[in-house]
Design a protein around this ligand. Structure first.
Ligand code: NI
Length: 276
């Protein structure tokens, strides 16, 4: 009698224990499946998990607001708003554009080109017209190695402070020099100081390209600090501003390429970010 009760009790305990274990595994499995579905529906989640301090959408909206508030001009605003859908796509593919202003420099630009070439990375160079003189071979090299060349005015001027004729001449003269060397008319301009002359009535149209990440490399000239700032601020779809005019910036640029490549970023020229 006692024995049969004991067996029943053991049988009963085994049943409930097995049921509990089965329920635990079922709920664990459902949880995993839910997470997998969420991640595949939103790849940004994976990236934001790595960098929980970032909020791509909110920051992008902020940057649009800032540009509109600072009166960057209609063309810049249009460019950015056209970018919004493109940026969403970039978020998935994690593309980023490195841009270099103020060159070409006879010493630092070749070093940078060597480093980019070794890594199979293409960048965008916004060149100063007067710096092309004597450095034509470097400009040609940028072109043949797959980089994009843009205009940064002839003498690095604030276009917004010039009258229309002088502002147009600054841009046009540089376009002519670039075209002479590469055979291609540049389509993109980075206005020095981000000052684009609103509604420039020139004989040509250009697409102004500003930036998202500015480590102020020309003020610090500290390689480690520049790398640190860029790695902290960069998110998918961003345009990074650097200058191929300092040793520290060239070293930082190559460090940035290595670190961001490791994080899964792909480097593209700005036309791929803006016009795609
Ligand atoms: Ni500049």
């Amino acid at each position: 009698m006692v024995r049969s009760i004991l067996w029943r009790l053991i049988g009963c305990l085994c049943f409930w224990w097995s049921l509990g274990l089965a329920l635990f595994f079922i709920s664990f499995g459902v949880n995993r499946i839910e997470k997998a579905v969420q991640n595949s529906a939103n790849p940004e989640r994976i990236l934001s998990n790595q960098r929980p301090d970032r909020n791509t959408d909110a920051e992008f909206q902020d940057s649009v607001q800032t540009m509109e508030n600072t009166g960057m001009g209609q063309s810049a605003a249009v460019q950015v708003s056209e970018n919004s859908s493109i940026r969403a796509e970039k978020t998935i593919t994690a593309k980023v554009a490195l841009t270099f202003d103020d060159g070409p420099h006879p010493v630092y630009t070749p070093q940078l080109l060597d480093g980019l070439n070794e890594r199979g990375v293409h960048a965008t160079f916004f060149v100063v017209g007067k710096n092309i003189l004597g450095n034509e071979a470097l400009l040609k090299r940028m072109e043949t190695e797959g980089h994009l060349i843009g205009n940064h005015t002839y003498s690095h001027v604030k276009l917004s402070e010039l009258d229309i004729a002088r502002a147009c001449a600054e841009v046009e003269k540089t376009n002519a020099l670039i075209c002479e060397v590469t055979g291609k008319e540049p389509e993109f301009i980075r206005p020095p100081f981000g000052e684009w002359k609103k509604a420039m009535e020139c004989s040509f149209e250009m697409i102004p390209v500003l930036w998202d990440v500015d480590p102020l490399d020309w003020t610090t000239k500290n390689t480690a600090l520049v790398v640190e700032r860029v790695l902290k601020d960069t998110k998918p779809g961003d345009i990074i501003l650097l200058h191929d005019y300092y040793q520290s910036s060239v070293d930082a640029a190559l460090g940035i390429v290595d670190a961001l490549t490791e994080r899964g970023y792909k480097f593209v020229t700005v036309d791929e970010l803006i016009l795609e």
